[in-house]
Design a protein around this ligand. Structure first.
Ligand code: PMP
Length: 309
């Protein structure tokens, strides 16, 4: 992550609003010992109609899917967690911010059967700017293909956004940064393009958008889905298909999508320049449209914005 975590004042914990510094878990919680925490990352933008959360329902749906995969039953309904997200933003007086709901297994079980660990729910929020930097949004980033792969299907269920999976993402990010890149692109164990360490990826070829299909190696990104929907609105063709690694080097344009990353152009892969080495025209169109909808500057055709108040 770029930058230090700067706290807000309050965190929602199991139905109560507690002070930021009091939202602690025991060091022997199952989540700490084994990474059993399902989470989301959601953006709230200050719009002309006040702060609005982008695709809140879709994120909470994915949170429930992550819990289902890991046999966890949250103690709160979808609507209660949606309300908790809105309360957390409001109580902290935040406008542009990032919201982090978490459903985790707490303290109780000693071993791998987590039945004795209670399932706890937290929602935090804090101000957070462009994940790869403002300059990245404008001029693009240099990335590498990671030496690490995504887990093979039937090892880790990558459709679940589970904390433990992010050890793989951290290896990718740390290796990329150590070698002077902003982020890594990851291949599946079959050697095809999967996604970024913490983002989905799109290529532009002959005016069409191309993105790896959901083959069990990548997360079903909410931003990915938004870009696919917007592409249809813009009359752009989208292909979800297997993508060979080398297509990265010959694409006209490449860009990342993600809640934290937003729509970020990629200007080189493995030091091979992508296109003109700057944000291409299709990337710019998609980025402009995405930002305008998120910020309430363009009509919300798909009901993606939830006002905080
Ligand atoms: N892939 C991974 C591994 C991620 O962590 C993220 C960020 N949640 C994404 C893709 C993008 O997903 P979204 O657009 O829902 O933020």
């Amino acid at each position: 992550m770029s930058g230090k975590l700067v706290g807000a004042e309050y965190i929602w914990r199991n139905g109560e609003v507690v002070r930021w510094e009091d939202a602690t878990v025991h060091v022997l919680s199952t989540a700490v010992q084994f990474g059993t925490s399902m989470f989301e990352g959601i953006r709230c933008c200050d719009t002309p109609n006040g702060p609005c959360v982008f695709r809140l329902g879709a994120h909470i749906e994915r949170l429930f899917h992550s819990c289902r995969i890991y046999r966890m039953e949250p103690a709160y309904s979808r609507q209660e967690i949606i309300d908790a997200c809105l309360t957390t933003v409001e109580r902290n007086g935040l406008k542009d911010c990032y919201i982090r709901p978490m459903v985790l297994r707490g303290y109780g079980a000693a071993g791998l059967d987590p039945a004795d660990s209670p399932i706890e729910t937290y929602v935090a929020a804090w101000p957070w700017g462009a994940y790869l930097g403002e300059d990245a949004l404008e001029n693009g980033v240099d990335v590498c293909v990671s030496s690490w792969n995504r887990p093979a299907p039937n090892t880790f269920p990558v459709q679940a956004k589970a904390a433990g999976h992010y050890n793989n993402a951290q290896l990718i990010k740390m290796e990329a940064v150590a070698n002077g890149y902003a982020e890594g692109l990851v291949l599946s164990t079959e050697g095809r393009l999967s996604e970024g360490g913490g983002q989905n990826v799109f290529l532009v070829r002959g005016g069409a958008l191309v993105t790896p299909q959901l083959d069990g190696s990548l997360l079903r990104g909410v931003t990915r889905d938004a870009v696919i929907t917007m592409a249809a609105d813009l009359g752009l063709e989208v292909q979800e298909r297997p993508v060979p690694r080398e297509d990265l080097y010959t694409a006209d344009e490449v860009f990342f999508t993600g809640t934290a990353t937003e729509v970020t152009p990629i200007r080189s892969v493995d030091r091979i320049t992508v296109g003109e080495g700057k944000a291409g025209p299709v990337t710019k169109t998609v980025q402009r449209h995405f930002m305008a909808v998120s910020k309430g500057e363009e009509e919300d055709l798909h009901g993606w914005l939830t006002p905080v108040r």
